[in-house]
Design a protein around this ligand. Structure first.
Ligand SMILES: Nc1ncnc2c1ncn2[C@@H]1O[C@H](COP(=O)(O)OP(=O)(O)O)[C@@H](O)[C@H]1O
Ligand SMILES: [Mg+2]
Ligand SMILES: [Zn+2]
Length: 555
Protein backbone atom coordinates (compact mmCIF):
# COMPACT_ATOMS: atom_id res chain seq x y z
CA UNK A 1 0.00 0.00 0.00
CA UNK A 2 1.24 3.44 -0.80
CA UNK A 3 2.54 5.51 2.07
CA UNK A 4 -0.18 7.80 3.32
CA UNK A 5 0.96 11.08 4.79
CA UNK A 6 0.76 10.85 8.56
CA UNK A 7 -1.46 13.88 8.95
CA UNK A 8 -4.09 12.26 6.73
CA UNK A 9 -3.77 8.86 8.28
CA UNK A 10 -4.15 10.45 11.71
CA UNK A 11 -6.98 12.88 11.16
CA UNK A 12 -9.19 12.51 14.24
CA UNK A 13 -12.50 10.82 13.47
CA UNK A 14 -14.07 11.31 16.90
CA UNK A 15 -14.12 14.17 19.41
CA UNK A 16 -12.12 11.95 21.76
CA UNK A 17 -9.20 11.84 19.35
CA UNK A 18 -8.86 15.60 19.03
CA UNK A 19 -5.89 16.91 21.00
CA UNK A 20 -6.30 20.09 23.02
CA UNK A 21 -9.14 22.41 21.99
CA UNK A 22 -11.06 21.21 25.01
CA UNK A 23 -13.45 24.18 25.12
CA UNK A 24 -14.54 23.75 21.50
CA UNK A 25 -14.74 19.98 21.72
CA UNK A 26 -16.80 20.03 24.89
CA UNK A 27 -19.25 22.67 23.68
CA UNK A 28 -19.74 21.19 20.21
CA UNK A 29 -20.18 17.68 21.46
CA UNK A 30 -22.69 18.85 24.00
CA UNK A 31 -24.68 20.77 21.41
CA UNK A 32 -24.91 17.68 19.25
CA UNK A 33 -26.01 15.52 22.15
CA UNK A 34 -28.83 17.86 23.11
CA UNK A 35 -29.62 18.59 19.47
CA UNK A 36 -29.13 22.32 19.66
CA UNK A 37 -27.06 23.17 16.63
CA UNK A 38 -26.15 26.73 15.76
CA UNK A 39 -26.39 27.95 12.18
CA UNK A 40 -22.95 29.45 11.98
CA UNK A 41 -19.68 28.63 13.68
CA UNK A 42 -16.33 30.31 13.40
CA UNK A 43 -13.16 28.34 14.12
CA UNK A 44 -10.12 30.58 14.60
CA UNK A 45 -6.51 29.64 15.25
CA UNK A 46 -3.10 28.80 13.84
CA UNK A 47 -2.76 26.37 11.01
CA UNK A 48 -2.60 22.70 11.84
CA UNK A 49 -4.49 22.92 15.11
CA UNK A 50 -7.63 21.07 14.05
CA UNK A 51 -10.02 23.60 12.51
CA UNK A 52 -10.72 21.65 9.34
CA UNK A 53 -10.64 18.42 11.29
CA UNK A 54 -13.35 19.57 13.67
CA UNK A 55 -15.39 21.11 10.87
CA UNK A 56 -15.44 17.78 9.02
CA UNK A 57 -16.15 15.94 12.23
CA UNK A 58 -19.08 18.27 12.91
CA UNK A 59 -20.46 17.83 9.41
CA UNK A 60 -20.73 14.09 10.05
CA UNK A 61 -21.82 14.40 13.67
CA UNK A 62 -24.85 16.56 12.87
CA UNK A 63 -25.93 14.13 10.16
CA UNK A 64 -24.97 10.70 11.49
CA UNK A 65 -27.82 8.20 11.83
CA UNK A 66 -26.32 6.43 14.86
CA UNK A 67 -24.31 9.00 16.79
CA UNK A 68 -22.58 7.84 19.93
CA UNK A 69 -22.23 10.50 22.65
CA UNK A 70 -22.12 13.11 19.96
CA UNK A 71 -19.52 11.25 17.91
CA UNK A 72 -20.41 10.20 14.36
CA UNK A 73 -20.46 6.43 13.94
CA UNK A 74 -18.45 6.42 10.73
CA UNK A 75 -20.40 3.37 9.55
CA UNK A 76 -23.83 4.55 8.52
CA UNK A 77 -24.71 5.50 4.94
CA UNK A 78 -24.57 9.19 5.68
CA UNK A 79 -21.19 9.04 7.43
CA UNK A 80 -19.79 7.00 4.57
CA UNK A 81 -21.18 9.29 1.91
CA UNK A 82 -19.68 12.32 3.62
CA UNK A 83 -16.33 10.60 4.12
CA UNK A 84 -15.97 9.62 0.49
CA UNK A 85 -17.36 12.98 -0.62
CA UNK A 86 -20.18 11.46 -2.63
CA UNK A 87 -22.87 13.74 -1.26
CA UNK A 88 -23.66 17.37 -1.94
CA UNK A 89 -24.81 17.79 1.66
CA UNK A 90 -21.36 18.81 2.78
CA UNK A 91 -19.66 21.47 0.70
CA UNK A 92 -16.12 22.61 1.33
CA UNK A 93 -14.90 25.85 -0.17
CA UNK A 94 -11.50 27.43 0.08
CA UNK A 95 -12.07 31.16 0.18
CA UNK A 96 -8.42 31.77 -0.63
CA UNK A 97 -9.00 30.54 -4.18
CA UNK A 98 -12.72 31.33 -4.44
CA UNK A 99 -12.94 34.80 -3.04
CA UNK A 100 -15.15 36.41 -5.69
CA UNK A 101 -18.77 37.25 -5.13
CA UNK A 102 -19.86 35.20 -8.17
CA UNK A 103 -18.43 32.11 -6.57
CA UNK A 104 -20.12 32.90 -3.29
CA UNK A 105 -23.45 33.39 -5.07
CA UNK A 106 -23.10 30.06 -6.80
CA UNK A 107 -22.59 28.40 -3.46
CA UNK A 108 -25.45 30.24 -1.79
CA UNK A 109 -27.83 29.47 -4.67
CA UNK A 110 -28.03 25.91 -3.35
CA UNK A 111 -28.82 26.94 0.20
CA UNK A 112 -32.64 26.93 -0.05
CA UNK A 113 -32.79 23.29 -1.19
CA UNK A 114 -33.02 20.69 1.58
CA UNK A 115 -30.26 18.12 2.12
CA UNK A 116 -30.25 14.91 0.09
CA UNK A 117 -29.50 12.38 2.81
CA UNK A 118 -28.97 13.80 6.25
CA UNK A 119 -30.62 16.48 8.34
CA UNK A 120 -28.28 19.37 7.58
CA UNK A 121 -26.42 20.85 4.70
CA UNK A 122 -23.04 21.91 5.98
CA UNK A 123 -20.95 24.58 4.28
CA UNK A 124 -17.33 24.66 5.35
CA UNK A 125 -15.58 27.83 4.24
CA UNK A 126 -11.85 27.77 4.88
CA UNK A 127 -9.67 30.91 5.11
CA UNK A 128 -12.90 32.87 5.20
CA UNK A 129 -11.05 36.16 5.79
CA UNK A 130 -10.00 36.05 2.12
CA UNK A 131 -13.50 36.71 0.81
CA UNK A 132 -14.04 39.94 -1.09
CA UNK A 133 -16.25 42.57 0.48
CA UNK A 134 -19.15 41.83 -1.81
CA UNK A 135 -18.76 38.12 -1.15
CA UNK A 136 -18.96 38.86 2.56
CA UNK A 137 -22.12 40.87 2.01
CA UNK A 138 -23.71 38.04 0.10
CA UNK A 139 -22.79 35.60 2.87
CA UNK A 140 -24.11 38.01 5.47
CA UNK A 141 -27.55 38.06 3.89
CA UNK A 142 -27.81 34.31 4.27
CA UNK A 143 -26.46 34.41 7.81
CA UNK A 144 -29.14 36.89 8.76
CA UNK A 145 -31.93 34.47 7.93
CA UNK A 146 -30.54 31.00 7.52
CA UNK A 147 -32.91 28.16 6.62
CA UNK A 148 -33.36 25.56 9.38
CA UNK A 149 -31.35 22.91 7.57
CA UNK A 150 -28.17 24.94 7.08
CA UNK A 151 -24.96 24.99 9.09
CA UNK A 152 -22.03 27.23 8.18
CA UNK A 153 -18.61 26.46 9.56
CA UNK A 154 -16.17 29.24 8.83
CA UNK A 155 -12.47 28.75 9.54
CA UNK A 156 -9.71 31.31 9.58
CA UNK A 157 -6.22 31.97 10.82
CA UNK A 158 -6.91 35.69 10.88
CA UNK A 159 -10.20 36.47 12.61
CA UNK A 160 -9.30 40.15 12.99
CA UNK A 161 -9.78 40.52 9.24
CA UNK A 162 -13.44 39.57 9.43
CA UNK A 163 -16.13 42.25 9.34
CA UNK A 164 -17.88 42.83 12.66
CA UNK A 165 -21.20 42.07 11.01
CA UNK A 166 -20.04 38.51 10.38
CA UNK A 167 -18.41 38.12 13.78
CA UNK A 168 -21.63 39.06 15.52
CA UNK A 169 -23.54 36.29 13.80
CA UNK A 170 -21.33 33.31 14.50
CA UNK A 171 -20.50 31.14 17.45
CA UNK A 172 -16.78 31.60 17.79
CA UNK A 173 -14.20 29.08 19.02
CA UNK A 174 -10.51 29.78 19.34
CA UNK A 175 -8.12 26.94 18.65
CA UNK A 176 -4.94 27.02 20.70
CA UNK A 177 -1.54 25.55 19.99
CA UNK A 178 -1.39 21.90 21.01
CA UNK A 179 0.81 21.20 24.07
CA UNK A 180 4.00 19.43 23.08
CA UNK A 181 3.55 16.48 25.43
CA UNK A 182 0.27 15.66 23.68
CA UNK A 183 1.92 15.90 20.29
CA UNK A 184 4.74 13.62 21.40
CA UNK A 185 2.19 11.08 22.61
CA UNK A 186 0.31 11.16 19.31
CA UNK A 187 3.54 10.80 17.33
CA UNK A 188 4.42 7.76 19.44
CA UNK A 189 1.09 6.17 18.56
CA UNK A 190 1.66 6.82 14.89
CA UNK A 191 5.19 5.39 15.04
CA UNK A 192 4.10 2.36 17.06
CA UNK A 193 1.61 1.53 14.37
CA UNK A 194 4.42 1.42 11.82
CA UNK A 195 6.75 -0.40 14.24
CA UNK A 196 9.13 2.53 14.31
CA UNK A 197 11.01 3.57 17.41
CA UNK A 198 12.18 7.05 18.31
CA UNK A 199 14.39 8.66 20.92
CA UNK A 200 12.42 10.79 23.36
CA UNK A 201 14.68 13.76 22.61
CA UNK A 202 13.96 13.32 18.91
CA UNK A 203 10.21 13.62 19.36
CA UNK A 204 10.62 16.52 21.76
CA UNK A 205 12.59 18.33 19.08
CA UNK A 206 9.93 17.67 16.47
CA UNK A 207 7.23 18.93 18.82
CA UNK A 208 9.22 22.04 19.63
CA UNK A 209 9.81 22.81 15.98
CA UNK A 210 6.13 22.32 15.17
CA UNK A 211 5.23 25.07 17.62
CA UNK A 212 1.86 23.64 18.55
CA UNK A 213 0.72 22.67 15.06
CA UNK A 214 0.04 18.93 14.83
CA UNK A 215 0.09 19.01 11.07
CA UNK A 216 3.62 20.42 11.09
CA UNK A 217 4.71 17.82 13.61
CA UNK A 218 3.40 15.08 11.32
CA UNK A 219 5.08 16.56 8.24
CA UNK A 220 8.44 16.68 9.99
CA UNK A 221 7.89 13.16 11.26
CA UNK A 222 7.09 12.05 7.71
CA UNK A 223 10.51 13.23 6.60
CA UNK A 224 12.18 11.50 9.52
CA UNK A 225 10.37 8.25 8.78
CA UNK A 226 11.46 8.44 5.16
CA UNK A 227 15.10 8.81 6.17
CA UNK A 228 15.20 6.56 9.21
CA UNK A 229 17.56 3.64 9.15
CA UNK A 230 16.40 0.38 10.68
CA UNK A 231 13.10 1.85 11.76
CA UNK A 232 14.66 4.04 14.43
CA UNK A 233 14.40 7.81 14.58
CA UNK A 234 17.23 9.57 16.38
CA UNK A 235 17.72 13.10 17.64
CA UNK A 236 20.65 13.53 15.29
CA UNK A 237 18.44 12.69 12.34
CA UNK A 238 15.76 15.14 13.43
CA UNK A 239 18.46 17.75 13.72
CA UNK A 240 19.46 17.02 10.15
CA UNK A 241 15.90 17.22 8.92
CA UNK A 242 15.30 20.49 10.73
CA UNK A 243 18.69 21.89 9.92
CA UNK A 244 19.15 22.66 13.58
CA UNK A 245 22.32 22.66 15.57
CA UNK A 246 22.81 20.92 18.84
CA UNK A 247 22.90 22.49 22.26
CA UNK A 248 26.64 22.31 22.66
CA UNK A 249 27.12 24.35 19.55
CA UNK A 250 24.79 27.03 20.88
CA UNK A 251 26.63 27.14 24.19
CA UNK A 252 30.00 27.41 22.48
CA UNK A 253 28.81 30.17 20.21
CA UNK A 254 27.40 32.11 23.19
CA UNK A 255 30.67 31.57 25.01
CA UNK A 256 32.43 33.34 22.15
CA UNK A 257 29.91 36.18 22.26
CA UNK A 258 30.55 36.56 25.98
CA UNK A 259 34.25 36.89 25.25
CA UNK A 260 33.60 39.38 22.43
CA UNK A 261 35.57 36.98 20.27
CA UNK A 262 34.61 38.10 16.76
CA UNK A 263 37.13 35.81 15.07
CA UNK A 264 35.89 32.78 16.93
CA UNK A 265 32.31 33.62 16.11
CA UNK A 266 33.07 33.92 12.40
CA UNK A 267 34.80 30.56 12.44
CA UNK A 268 31.72 29.03 14.07
CA UNK A 269 29.47 30.53 11.42
CA UNK A 270 31.72 29.03 8.78
CA UNK A 271 31.53 25.64 10.45
CA UNK A 272 27.77 25.97 10.56
CA UNK A 273 27.50 26.77 6.87
CA UNK A 274 29.86 23.96 5.89
CA UNK A 275 27.63 21.47 7.63
CA UNK A 276 24.74 22.77 5.56
CA UNK A 277 22.72 24.48 8.27
CA UNK A 278 20.20 27.20 7.65
CA UNK A 279 21.29 30.63 8.92
CA UNK A 280 17.71 31.52 9.71
CA UNK A 281 17.09 28.40 11.74
CA UNK A 282 20.32 28.98 13.61
CA UNK A 283 19.38 32.57 14.46
CA UNK A 284 16.04 31.39 15.75
CA UNK A 285 17.76 28.84 17.96
CA UNK A 286 20.29 31.33 19.13
CA UNK A 287 17.46 33.70 20.02
CA UNK A 288 15.90 30.94 22.08
CA UNK A 289 19.27 30.45 23.77
CA UNK A 290 19.55 34.16 24.58
CA UNK A 291 16.03 34.10 25.93
CA UNK A 292 16.97 31.20 28.17
CA UNK A 293 19.95 33.16 29.52
CA UNK A 294 17.72 36.16 30.19
CA UNK A 295 15.15 33.99 31.86
CA UNK A 296 17.56 32.43 34.33
CA UNK A 297 18.82 35.90 35.13
CA UNK A 298 15.31 37.11 35.88
CA UNK A 299 14.06 34.02 37.69
CA UNK A 300 16.01 32.84 40.68
CA UNK A 301 14.96 29.24 40.64
CA UNK A 302 12.81 26.75 38.81
CA UNK A 303 13.47 28.45 35.50
CA UNK A 304 13.59 24.93 34.09
CA UNK A 305 9.83 24.69 34.00
CA UNK A 306 9.47 28.05 32.27
CA UNK A 307 12.06 27.07 29.72
CA UNK A 308 10.89 23.51 29.36
CA UNK A 309 14.41 22.18 29.93
CA UNK A 310 16.04 19.82 32.41
CA UNK A 311 17.48 21.04 35.72
CA UNK A 312 20.89 20.22 34.37
CA UNK A 313 20.39 22.53 31.42
CA UNK A 314 19.15 25.25 33.73
CA UNK A 315 22.41 25.00 35.65
CA UNK A 316 24.37 25.34 32.44
CA UNK A 317 22.34 28.37 31.42
CA UNK A 318 22.94 29.93 34.83
CA UNK A 319 26.66 29.53 34.55
CA UNK A 320 26.73 31.08 31.14
CA UNK A 321 24.33 33.90 32.03
CA UNK A 322 26.77 35.18 34.63
CA UNK A 323 29.04 36.30 31.84
CA UNK A 324 26.48 38.67 30.36
CA UNK A 325 24.59 41.66 31.61
CA UNK A 326 20.84 41.55 31.07
CA UNK A 327 21.10 44.68 28.94
CA UNK A 328 23.54 43.05 26.56
CA UNK A 329 21.51 39.86 26.34
CA UNK A 330 18.44 41.90 25.52
CA UNK A 331 20.24 43.85 22.84
CA UNK A 332 21.60 40.69 21.22
CA UNK A 333 18.21 38.99 21.42
CA UNK A 334 16.47 41.95 19.82
CA UNK A 335 19.06 42.06 17.10
CA UNK A 336 18.89 38.34 16.36
CA UNK A 337 15.12 38.36 16.19
CA UNK A 338 15.23 41.28 13.79
CA UNK A 339 17.95 39.69 11.70
CA UNK A 340 16.03 36.43 11.50
CA UNK A 341 13.06 38.30 10.05
CA UNK A 342 15.24 40.06 7.51
CA UNK A 343 16.97 36.86 6.48
CA UNK A 344 13.69 35.65 5.05
CA UNK A 345 14.13 38.10 2.20
CA UNK A 346 17.90 38.11 1.96
CA UNK A 347 19.55 36.72 -1.14
CA UNK A 348 22.64 35.76 0.85
CA UNK A 349 21.44 34.81 4.31
CA UNK A 350 24.95 33.92 5.39
CA UNK A 351 25.96 37.57 5.30
CA UNK A 352 22.97 38.48 7.42
CA UNK A 353 24.00 35.90 9.99
CA UNK A 354 27.60 37.07 9.95
CA UNK A 355 26.75 40.71 10.42
CA UNK A 356 24.35 39.92 13.24
CA UNK A 357 27.10 37.86 14.86
CA UNK A 358 29.64 40.63 14.51
CA UNK A 359 27.26 43.21 15.90
CA UNK A 360 26.69 40.97 18.88
CA UNK A 361 30.45 40.90 19.46
CA UNK A 362 30.74 44.64 19.57
CA UNK A 363 30.61 46.66 22.73
CA UNK A 364 27.61 48.91 22.74
CA UNK A 365 29.44 52.12 21.95
CA UNK A 366 26.38 54.33 21.92
CA UNK A 367 25.93 57.44 24.01
CA UNK A 368 22.35 56.66 25.00
CA UNK A 369 21.59 55.87 28.60
CA UNK A 370 20.76 52.34 27.49
CA UNK A 371 24.20 51.93 26.02
CA UNK A 372 25.76 53.30 29.18
CA UNK A 373 23.68 51.01 31.36
CA UNK A 374 24.73 48.11 29.22
CA UNK A 375 28.40 48.89 29.58
CA UNK A 376 28.03 49.30 33.32
CA UNK A 377 26.10 46.05 33.49
CA UNK A 378 28.83 44.26 31.57
CA UNK A 379 31.45 45.64 33.91
CA UNK A 380 29.42 44.48 36.86
CA UNK A 381 29.02 41.02 35.43
CA UNK A 382 32.74 40.78 34.82
CA UNK A 383 33.59 42.09 38.23
CA UNK A 384 31.32 39.75 40.04
CA UNK A 385 32.90 36.88 38.16
CA UNK A 386 36.30 38.16 39.02
CA UNK A 387 35.28 38.57 42.61
CA UNK A 388 34.08 35.02 42.91
CA UNK A 389 37.23 33.75 41.27
CA UNK A 390 39.34 35.76 43.69
CA UNK A 391 37.22 34.63 46.62
CA UNK A 392 37.54 31.03 45.68
CA UNK A 393 41.28 31.38 45.24
CA UNK A 394 40.96 29.91 41.78
CA UNK A 395 42.60 32.93 40.36
CA UNK A 396 45.77 34.72 41.29
CA UNK A 397 47.63 37.61 39.80
CA UNK A 398 50.98 36.82 38.28
CA UNK A 399 53.96 37.81 40.39
CA UNK A 400 56.01 40.70 38.98
CA UNK A 401 59.19 38.65 38.87
CA UNK A 402 57.83 36.60 36.02
CA UNK A 403 57.29 39.79 34.16
CA UNK A 404 55.24 38.07 31.52
CA UNK A 405 51.64 38.37 30.60
CA UNK A 406 49.36 36.16 32.59
CA UNK A 407 46.19 35.08 30.95
CA UNK A 408 42.96 35.44 32.82
CA UNK A 409 39.94 34.66 30.74
CA UNK A 410 40.08 36.87 27.72
CA UNK A 411 42.09 39.60 29.38
CA UNK A 412 45.83 39.52 29.21
CA UNK A 413 47.01 40.74 32.55
CA UNK A 414 50.32 42.42 32.59
CA UNK A 415 52.14 42.39 35.84
CA UNK A 416 52.91 46.02 36.45
CA UNK A 417 54.78 47.81 39.19
CA UNK A 418 55.50 45.87 42.33
CA UNK A 419 53.16 48.09 44.30
CA UNK A 420 50.06 47.39 42.26
CA UNK A 421 50.53 43.85 41.22
CA UNK A 422 52.41 42.13 43.99
CA UNK A 423 49.36 40.64 45.63
CA UNK A 424 46.11 41.33 47.37
CA UNK A 425 47.99 42.69 50.32
CA UNK A 426 49.54 45.57 48.50
CA UNK A 427 47.48 48.69 48.94
CA UNK A 428 48.51 50.99 46.15
CA UNK A 429 50.09 54.01 47.75
CA UNK A 430 49.91 55.89 44.50
CA UNK A 431 46.17 56.33 44.70
CA UNK A 432 45.25 58.41 47.74
CA UNK A 433 41.96 59.60 46.31
CA UNK A 434 40.39 56.18 45.96
CA UNK A 435 39.05 54.62 49.10
CA UNK A 436 39.87 50.95 48.89
CA UNK A 437 38.34 48.36 51.11
CA UNK A 438 40.99 47.75 53.72
CA UNK A 439 42.46 44.32 53.67
CA UNK A 440 41.28 43.65 57.20
CA UNK A 441 37.68 44.01 56.09
CA UNK A 442 38.30 41.84 53.05
CA UNK A 443 39.87 39.15 55.15
CA UNK A 444 36.93 39.22 57.54
CA UNK A 445 34.57 38.90 54.56
CA UNK A 446 36.50 36.00 53.16
CA UNK A 447 36.52 34.27 56.51
CA UNK A 448 32.80 34.97 56.85
CA UNK A 449 32.07 33.30 53.49
CA UNK A 450 34.19 30.33 54.39
CA UNK A 451 32.37 29.94 57.74
CA UNK A 452 29.08 30.01 55.81
CA UNK A 453 30.31 27.44 53.36
CA UNK A 454 31.02 25.09 56.25
CA UNK A 455 27.91 25.77 58.30
CA UNK A 456 25.21 27.24 56.10
CA UNK A 457 25.77 26.58 52.41
CA UNK A 458 22.35 27.97 51.46
CA UNK A 459 23.26 31.32 53.00
CA UNK A 460 26.55 31.26 51.17
CA UNK A 461 24.57 30.66 48.00
CA UNK A 462 22.63 33.85 48.60
CA UNK A 463 25.74 35.91 49.17
CA UNK A 464 28.51 34.38 47.13
CA UNK A 465 28.05 36.34 43.95
CA UNK A 466 27.00 39.59 45.55
CA UNK A 467 29.22 42.59 45.96
CA UNK A 468 30.92 43.30 49.26
CA UNK A 469 30.96 47.07 49.70
CA UNK A 470 33.19 47.37 52.75
CA UNK A 471 32.97 48.09 56.45
CA UNK A 472 32.14 51.21 58.43
CA UNK A 473 31.61 51.48 62.21
CA UNK A 474 31.45 47.72 62.61
CA UNK A 475 28.82 47.40 59.92
CA UNK A 476 29.66 45.32 56.88
CA UNK A 477 27.75 46.14 53.78
CA UNK A 478 26.85 43.82 50.93
CA UNK A 479 24.95 44.77 47.81
CA UNK A 480 22.40 42.44 46.23
CA UNK A 481 21.93 42.51 42.48
CA UNK A 482 18.70 44.15 41.46
CA UNK A 483 17.45 41.05 39.65
CA UNK A 484 17.43 39.18 42.94
CA UNK A 485 15.34 41.73 44.77
CA UNK A 486 12.44 39.38 45.40
CA UNK A 487 14.63 36.48 46.26
CA UNK A 488 18.05 36.96 47.85
CA UNK A 489 17.36 40.42 49.13
CA UNK A 490 14.12 39.50 50.85
CA UNK A 491 15.56 36.29 52.25
CA UNK A 492 18.69 37.90 53.62
CA UNK A 493 16.63 40.55 55.37
CA UNK A 494 14.42 38.11 57.24
CA UNK A 495 15.07 38.66 60.97
CA UNK A 496 15.97 35.07 61.81
CA UNK A 497 18.46 34.84 58.96
CA UNK A 498 19.85 38.27 59.75
CA UNK A 499 20.59 37.26 63.27
CA UNK A 500 22.38 34.15 62.12
CA UNK A 501 24.39 36.13 59.58
CA UNK A 502 25.40 38.66 62.21
CA UNK A 503 26.55 35.84 64.43
CA UNK A 504 28.76 34.29 61.78
CA UNK A 505 30.07 37.64 60.71
CA UNK A 506 30.97 38.52 64.28
CA UNK A 507 32.68 35.19 64.59
CA UNK A 508 34.74 36.06 61.53
CA UNK A 509 35.56 39.55 62.79
CA UNK A 510 36.38 38.39 66.30
CA UNK A 511 34.05 41.02 67.78
CA UNK A 512 30.37 41.93 67.58
CA UNK A 513 29.63 43.38 64.16
CA UNK A 514 26.63 43.67 61.89
CA UNK A 515 25.74 42.89 58.31
CA UNK A 516 23.79 45.37 56.25
CA UNK A 517 22.17 44.08 53.08
CA UNK A 518 21.45 46.77 50.53
CA UNK A 519 19.84 46.54 47.15
CA UNK A 520 21.65 47.54 44.00
CA UNK A 521 20.53 50.99 42.92
CA UNK A 522 18.97 51.75 46.27
CA UNK A 523 22.14 51.88 48.25
CA UNK A 524 22.87 55.17 49.89
CA UNK A 525 25.00 57.35 47.77
CA UNK A 526 28.17 56.76 49.68
CA UNK A 527 27.67 53.06 49.33
CA UNK A 528 27.48 53.44 45.58
CA UNK A 529 30.58 55.48 45.50
CA UNK A 530 32.26 53.01 47.74
CA UNK A 531 31.14 50.25 45.46
CA UNK A 532 32.53 51.96 42.45
CA UNK A 533 35.76 52.65 44.17
CA UNK A 534 35.90 49.09 45.31
CA UNK A 535 35.36 47.96 41.75
CA UNK A 536 38.06 50.20 40.45
CA UNK A 537 40.31 48.96 43.16
CA UNK A 538 39.67 45.40 42.16
CA UNK A 539 40.50 46.23 38.59
CA UNK A 540 43.68 47.97 39.61
CA UNK A 541 44.79 45.12 41.77
CA UNK A 542 43.97 42.52 39.22
CA UNK A 543 45.21 44.05 36.04
CA UNK A 544 47.73 46.49 37.38
CA UNK A 545 47.03 50.17 37.94
CA UNK A 546 48.60 51.33 34.71
CA UNK A 547 46.63 48.89 32.59
CA UNK A 548 43.28 50.23 33.66
CA UNK A 549 41.82 53.38 32.34
CA UNK A 550 38.62 54.63 33.91
CA UNK A 551 36.77 56.86 31.53
CA UNK A 552 34.84 59.15 33.88
CA UNK A 553 32.70 60.52 31.09
CA UNK A 554 31.20 57.16 30.26
CA UNK A 555 31.37 54.88 33.25
N1 LIG B 1 -6.24 19.13 17.59
C1 LIG B 1 -5.72 18.12 16.87
N2 LIG B 1 -5.70 16.87 17.36
C2 LIG B 1 -5.18 15.86 16.66
N3 LIG B 1 -4.65 16.00 15.42
C3 LIG B 1 -4.64 17.23 14.87
C4 LIG B 1 -5.18 18.34 15.56
N4 LIG B 1 -5.03 19.42 14.78
C5 LIG B 1 -4.44 19.00 13.66
N5 LIG B 1 -4.19 17.68 13.71
C6 LIG B 1 -3.50 16.89 12.67
O1 LIG B 1 -3.13 17.79 11.62
C7 LIG B 1 -3.86 17.52 10.45
C8 LIG B 1 -4.33 18.81 9.82
O2 LIG B 1 -5.18 19.51 10.71
P1 LIG B 1 -6.30 20.50 10.22
O3 LIG B 1 -7.51 20.22 11.01
O4 LIG B 1 -6.42 20.46 8.74
O5 LIG B 1 -5.67 21.87 10.68
P2 LIG B 1 -6.17 23.35 10.39
O6 LIG B 1 -7.45 23.26 9.61
O7 LIG B 1 -6.37 23.94 11.75
O8 LIG B 1 -5.06 23.99 9.65
C9 LIG B 1 -4.98 16.63 10.88
O9 LIG B 1 -5.32 15.76 9.85
C10 LIG B 1 -4.40 15.87 12.03
O10 LIG B 1 -3.61 14.81 11.58
MG1 LIG C 1 -7.66 23.88 7.62
ZN1 LIG D 1 -22.88 7.68 11.17
Amino acid sequence: MAYQALYRRWRPMTFEQVLGQTAAVKALRNQIEVGRIAHAYLFCGCRGTGKTTLAKLMSRAVNCLNPNHGDPCGQCDVCRAIMNESTMDVVEMDAASHSRVEEMRELLDQVPYPPQMGRYKVYIIDEVHMLSTSAFNALLKTLEEPPEHIVFILATTEPHKLPATILSRVQRYDFGRIPSNLMVERMRLALDEMSFTAEEEALQMVARAAEGAMRDAFSILDMCVAGAEGGAITAAQVRDVLGTSDKDFLFTYAELLAAYDAGGVMRKVDELMRSGREPQVFLREMSAHMRALLTVKAVDKDAASILDVTDEDEKRYRQQAEQFSSARLLRILDDFVKAEGELRFASTPRIGLESASLRACQQNAGESSEALMERIGELEAQLSQLQSKLDSGAYTVAAPAEGSAAKAGKAAVKAGSAASAASDDATPAAEPAAKPIPNDAKLVWKEFLSILSKNEPPLLGLLRNERFLGEENDTYRVQIARAKKDFSYVKLNQPARKEKLNEYLSQAAGKPVKLEVVLEGEAVNTAQNDAREANEQMLFQTFGRENVQIDEGKA
